[in-house]
Design a protein around this ligand. Sequence first.
Ligand code: ADP
Length: 471
Amino acid sequence: MEAHLTYRLLIDGKLVDGASTMDVINPASGTVFATCARADPGQLEQAVQAAKRAFPSWSSLPYAERGAVLARAADAIEARAGELATLLVKEQGKPLPHARGEVAGAVGALRWFANQKLDIETLRETEQDRIVEQRTPLGVVATITPWNFPLALLAMKVAPALITGNTVVAKPAPSTPLTSALLGEIVADILPPGVLNIIIDANDLGGLLTGHCDVAMVSFTGSTATGRRVMESAASNLKRLLLELGGNDAAIILDDADVSEVAQRVFNGAMANAGQVCLAVKRVYAPRGMYDALCDELTRLGSALVVDDGLNQGAQMGPVQNRQQYEKVLQIIEDARARGNILVGGTAIERDGYFIAPTVVRDLPDDARLVREEQFGPVLPVLAYDSIDEVVSRVNDSEYGLSSTIWTKDVDRGMALALRIEAGTVWVNKHLDGPMDIPFGGAKQSGIGRAKGVEGLKAFTQAKVINISKG
Ligand code: ADP
């Protein structure tokens, strides 16, 4: 068990024990390695009320003062980066260098937002009129995060919420609560009481939080199914919503691409974080003439990938994060085995923990589960196409529309194709490039609203128009 036994809640500036405790499993062993506080509905209520009380004074601070507080929080988190990264590997499973990258990403997000500001904008200035728009904060924001990037996504939500003047009740996923709890401990003395509250549940408080009439906005990242429930429970008081949901992102390879170079990049994009990335490549479309060569390359890459406990040196991919997801991915693989040809992997790895071998599957029909559903695991279907019109319609035939990648030597061809893809982001000859100043979000059922960039800041505010007659 962990030496650090007191992963607590953060309510009204105080670190407090939960009404009960709960166990946290290391996915690399499948066994309990820590316990943490678990809140009950009464503690959730205390957190919401603390955030509500903190709102008037926090929201009336100038941006620069809120920014200075966020910058101090970023420094304090950076000073404990090593500890956070190790804990992240233990609760989430990813290899240590990737965990370090995630901690750095969280610090970077806090710093970037600490320097942002939404100024009053002049909409019209004439001899008669002055019309301006002020962006005002909403109030208490609930942030709900999933288990794939628990720390980076927490920072990506909390930072824009706080810089724009809102206060926050944050709820991590029950299987990865520890890095959020440790972050709470680190910033407890830096943020004024109630400005950030962290509640940990066992998947039982999300509905209460998103339905709460004192919560003005929900920023949620998770599955489309749960996103729908969040939307329903937000109806009571017309909460503002930022929903980052599932994806079934296609990589489209054009016939002029270099097979081995593209294979490596598509493979990396599919297996990153053991495939548990909303933006991971989840299906690959190759021209029929390139199909066999691409399958061969992907097979070679799949057999070479080092899968291990993320704390072990040399691990390139860790386990799937939790047992439920592990079983779901194995079921999708069984369906794929019955309907296509598994080229590499196709099984759990025989060891403790939730390890699945990197899997590549070919010859699947378009209605196979692995092609239609979001697998969220290290399993990649490779599909052949004969014409551009055909591949466009097959790629767009999905309820999802998060992102897509196009691989070609001809940037103009890439651009022309990108214009036809239904997605929030289309990358051409790159992947997973998400600068902080560029809006990010989903089309169709992959989400509502945009995070990052000016749009991502505005999402945490509402427009107030001030319309003045000078006459
Ligand atoms: P998974 O299905 O893999 O558990 P989810 O999308 O359900 O992923 O979970 C993402 C986050 O949403 C987690 O923090 C989870 O606790 C939370 N959650 C689950 N159910 C609800 C709900 N009804 N309302 C709000 N949040 C919820």
